[in-house]
Design a protein. Structure first.
Length: 272
């Protein structure tokens, strides 16, 4: 499903703390002034640019350190009436210390559901302000916040409506930003899901190009102001940092991904 958001719809969902951090603003008065300026710019952008969310929900189960997703692909018709159904594995990594967690621990081994998502902004937000360095930087940082805000709003709608496992949820923005909701939304490139090459796997499932995202050779998304990841509903699910990866796990992960070890070594260099 594709959702299109107006900027004013997303403004309440913006987590301004990350915007202040990007500008290295620690003084409250400076933060207040910066936010006022940013909101004025957002009002100028509103209506001219949009933000998009793309997601799908799949039947899934865990198998060791893989999430196995059941895909119904209508592009491949069987007997002119049924879509082709097949399983797609998402290999994941496990902590090698502490609680030795893996995201598959939060997926039932027999039957479950999982969400796959991506959000992004109109390309113009990244290319229409090249003649003004300050404006370009400001709009880029705001675009980043809007992509994250779209993920927040989309996830809220998924929990309450589309997946519907929390139909009576009523949280304040502070509670949303503090992740008081049921389940988690691990994003690619973040501590529990650090391998950006997983974007190629997610792209095969939901087709990022539907909202204008293209992938670089490294799995990075263009526009830069884009977010992708998974949605997991288990109440006990929580975030964690993967930490360092041993050579034995790298070898196993490469085997499960069906990719050369040296390719994945590049993607995971900072975690080895």
């Amino acid at each position: 499903m594709i959702l299109t958001y107006e900027i004013h719809d997303l403004q309440p969902y913006i987590n301004w703390a990350y915007y202040y951090y990007a500008w290295q603003l620690r003084d409250a008065a400076q933060q207040q002034k910066s936010r006022a300026e940013a909101e004025e710019i957002l009002s100028q952008l509103d209506g001219k640019y949009h933000v998009y969310a793309l997601f799908d929900l799949f039947a899934a189960h865990s198998h060791n350190d893989d999430i196995v997703i059941t895909v119904h692909d209508s592009r491949f018709m069987v007997h002119d009436s049924m879509s082709l159904t097949f399983n797609r594995h998402i290999p994941l990594l496990r902590q090698q210390q502490g609680d030795c967690l893996c995201l598959t621990d939060f997926i039932h081994p027999e039957h479950d559901q999982i969400g796959v998502f991506a959000t992004s902004v109109d390309h113009g937000l990244e290319k229409d302000f090249d003649k003004d360095a300050y404006m370009k930087m400001t709009v880029q940082l705001l675009a980043d916040r809007l992509a994250e805000a779209a993920a927040e709003k989309m996830h809220e709608e998924v929990r309450r409506i589309y997946w519907g496992y929390a139909p009576d949820e009523h949280l304040t923005m502070e509670e949303l930003h503090a992740e008081k909701f049921q389940g988690i939304r691990p994003a690619v490139g973040y501590p529990s899901l650090p391998d950006t090459s997983l974007n190629f796997v997610l792209d095969e499932l939901i087709h990022f190009k539907q909202i204008g995202i293209r992938l670089t050779e490294s799995g990075a998304m263009k526009p830069h102001a884009s977010v992708s990841g998974l949605m997991i509903a288990l109440p006990e699910a929580h975030y964690f940092s993967l930490g360092k990866i041993g050579e034995d796990q790298l070898q196993d992960y490469a085997h499960r991904r069906g990719l050369p070890v040296e390719v994945l070594r590049k993607f995971l260099a900072s975690h080895l």
